[in-house]
Design a protein around this ligand. Structure first.
Ligand code: SF4
Ligand code: SF4
Length: 92
């Protein structure tokens, strides 16, 4: 089953402070090139918004916040890309 609750990072807003990476106790995030990425979305706890609240730049949303689902060609995020960001690690 495809996980439908996990954080989505807006890389235009993210300042790379790593607060989210340090905060999440479920190791959903990892770090790559000075920015966080969602490595293990299956581990994200349904309805948890902990990292969303601690992000100083409001760069994190969750899938259900977003009404329109768009997918860029070649995107690996399972069609859960959006205009506000993508959880595929910035590949789309
Ligand atoms: S807490 Fe927000 S600004 Fe900081 S690294 Fe995470 S997404 Fe980026
Ligand atoms: S929403 Fe909660 S469980 Fe999911 S990544 Fe953020 S802190 Fe971790």
């Amino acid at each position: 089953m495809t996980k439908d609750w996990y954080p989505i990072i807006d890389y235009k807003k993210c300042i790379g402070c790593m607060t989210c990476v340090k905060f999440c106790p479920h190791k959903v995030y990892s770090e790559k090139n000075g920015k966080p990425f969602v490595k293990n979305k299956e581990a994200c706890v349904n309805q948890c918004r902990g990292c969303e609240k601690v992000c100083p730049n409001k760069a994190i949303t969750h899938q259900s916040n977003i009404s329109s689902k768009k997918q860029s060609p070649g995107c690996s995020c399972d069609g859960k890309n959006s205009s506000t960001g993508c959880s595929c690690g910035g590949k789309c």
